[in-house]
Design a protein around this ligand. Structure first.
Ligand code: AMP
Length: 282
């Protein structure tokens, strides 16, 4: 595995890869790697000659009261994991390298942004879109891999790539979970032992609401009630929307997403299920 910290060096290496006719798979992350990230690497390895992973905690996507400073970081451990899993190039720029000066232009996302995580995290998806655009321009991958755990992010990036006619295929990857159902997240380490014990109920309540309900109202009612029953976390939102359009769902039809965000004392956890209610195999 090659470790690269500068954009110039990365571009030179990738130019040589492309000259050899190699396809490039790209996995952007904020590090503190877990099995969810590694599954993206596995998917990238299946379809590409060269796998680039970036680790960059992007300040543009954190609000002033959010956890940018305390976001978990461990670059040396991450580098070992990435190497073991077969990442070809690990790109770890610092803030100065990515934003040498204040960006003269940034992206503003208009659609699918005032709902779910975007409703309270003002400007978050503008920051995400801006850094993803910049990273995609640096790497110019054939495929880029994003987890469905951040389903709203996938939906927004998908549209951005279409709207800007970018030559990259966005590949969404299923959520990887702990054995007890908790969606893997870098923020899970911030849960106290009691919170960690309660947190798998988030996924359980999503499954339960979907399995029990015949109508949209019933489904949201069950989900709300059960979310409020969690003792250690506060409900931020639970919403049912169409996917990937993220419009309000009025019927249990078509591809839908039931998404939730819960605030524990030191960790905001999100989870979702994307499914088609009319299909019997859910
Ligand atoms: P992050 O480092 O949290 O920004 O995540 C980097 C990428 O990994 C994003 O595309 C996430 O959606 C994805 N990811 C994070 N957690 C999981 C998970 N549990 N399962 C699948 N993908 C994930």
């Amino acid at each position: 595995m090659i470790r690269v910290e500068t954009i110039k060096e990365l571009k030179a290496i990738l130019r040589a890869e492309r000259e050899k006719g190699h396809t490039i798979g790209f996995v952007p992350t904020m590090g503190y790697l877990h099995e969810g990230h590694m599954t993206l690497v596995d998917e990238a390895t299946k379809s590409n000659d060269c796998v680039v992973m970036s680790i960059f905690v992007n300040p543009l996507q954190f609000g002033p009261t959010e956890d940018f400073d305390s976001y978990p970081r461990d670059l040396e451990r991450d580098a070992l994991r990435a190497k073991e899993r077969g990442v070809t190039i690990l790109f770890t720029p610092n803030e100065e390298e990515m934003y040498k000066r204040k960006m003269s232009a940034t992206l503003q996302v208009h659609d699918g942004v005032n709902v779910l995580c975007g409703a309270k995290r003002e400007g978050h998806f503008d920051g995400v879109a801006t850094v993803v655009m910049k990273l995609l321009n640096i790497v110019s991958p054939t495929h880029a891999y994003f987890g469905k755990k951040d389903a709203q992010q996938v939906a927004i990036i998908w549209r951005m790539v279409e709207d800007f006619e970018m030559d990259v295929t966005i590949v969404p990857v299923d959520i990887v979970r702990e054995e007890d159902g908790l969606a893997m997240s870098s923020r899970n380490v911030r849960l106290t032992p009691y919170e960690r014990k309660e947190a798998p109920r988030i996924y359980a309540l999503l499954k339960h609401a979907i399995a029990q309900s015949q109508t949209v109202e019933e489904l949201l009612d069950v989900a709300f009630k059960q979310a409020h029953e969690l003792e250690l976390a506060e409900l931020d939102y639970v919403e049912l929307r169409t996917f990937p359009d993220l419009k309000e769902a009025t019927k249990l039809e078509g591809q839908l997403i039931l998404a939730i965000a819960m605030n524990y004392e030191h960790a905001r956890l999100i989870d979702n299920i994307i499914w088609e209610p009319t299909r019997k195999d859910r």
